[in-house]
Design a protein around this ligand. Structure first.
Ligand code: SAH
Length: 280
């Protein structure tokens, strides 16, 4: 594995929007990002309607309206977080991380107005930024109400989930197999100056044996099974969460109970891009 470790000697506060700080298993609907992008009209109207309601509740001074600007504001992120909470995510640390990270900065500017819709969106190279609900859900399951030290994400993509995870774990390692996306994530994360993310370019199916063991491993792409290399890189008591399957996928939680003992639980349906071997 090529090992282009990059460090971000950076302060957390820079990525956290200071103004914005402050169980149940549900089913994520399978969807494709391209479809989301193409059929966004209704969603956009829904978010606008929500924005109008918020605008009625909060008196604000009249300002000239810049097209698209309101769509990336704190209010829209707050509405997104509320929807994620309504879908069953309860962990306050995860919800505040979702509120803090500005998702619109991880998609191209033409899609920024759709960033706070609960949907995956295209990021190029046939890959997607994950749906906010599933990012939150997986982080909640991984954390299980405890503090996380060192975690590993397979499939950095544009870096959004890594940024969210950086607020729920002490150290986040993330691997991406597509060089151009590894570079995109670096570009997206650099200005945010997040000190506890390490990005690697390589095949995540091999994990990061030189850094293991991890308290938590999260896969952002679906394989037909979870690679054994990753199971062996969990601490005892550690948790791995992964989408598993082809056309029909489920979220699978694997807990390492002992040196040679793992327990697997199937949670809910999901839809992710496929996990592939090797690098490009
Ligand atoms: N974490 C992302 C979602 C990324 S999409 C977010 O922030 O929303 C899934 C990513 O997994 C894609 O970028 C894809 O290239 C990557 N991927 C697939 N197989 C992989 C592998 N074996 N190793 C590393 N990355 C992989």
């Amino acid at each position: 594995m090529s090992n282009n470790e990059k460090r971000f000697p950076l302060s957390l506060s820079a990525v956290v929007d200071q103004r914005g700080r402050q169980g149940k298993i549900s089913t994520a609907m399978p969807q494709t990002a391209v479809k989301n992008a193409a059929n966004n009209q209704q969603h956009t109207q829904g978010v606008r309607a929500l924005g109008n309601r918020l605008a009625q509740d909060i008196p604000v001074p009249m300002k000239p309206v810049m097209p698209g600007v309101g769509m990336v504001s704190d209010k829209f992120r707050q509405a997104m977080v509320s929807r994620v909470a309504q879908q069953g995510v309860k962990d306050p640390l995860v919800l505040s991380a979702l509120q803090a990270i500005q998702r619109h900065l991880f998609v191209e500017s033409g899609l920024a107005s759709q960033a706070y819709i609960d949907a995956s969106l295209p990021i190029g190279h046939h890959q997607t930024i994950s749906q906010p609900y599933i990012v939150a859900r997986m982080a909640e399951i991984l954390r299980n109400g405890k503090s996380l030290n060192k975690i590993l994400e397979i499939g950095t993509g544009c870096g959004y989930q890594a940024a969210v995870l950086s607020l729920v774990a002490k150290e986040v390692y993330s691997i991406e197999r597509i060089k151009a996306l590894h570079e995109l994530a670096k570009t997206n994360l650099r200005p945010m100056r997040i000190a506890n993310i390490r990005l690697h370019y390589g095949d995540g199916m091999l994990g990061l044996p030189q850094v293991a063991p991890f308290d938590g491993i999260i896969l952002a792409a679906a394989g037909l099974e979870v690679p054994n290399a990753l199971l062996s890189q969990l601490t005892i008591g550690g948790r791995l969460i992964a989408p598993v399957g082809g056309r029909h996928q489920v979220l699978q939680l694997i807990e390492r109970l002992g040196q040679h003992e793992w327990k697997s639980t199937v949670l809910e349906q999901c839809h992710f891009v496929p996990l592939h071997q090797g690098v490009i």
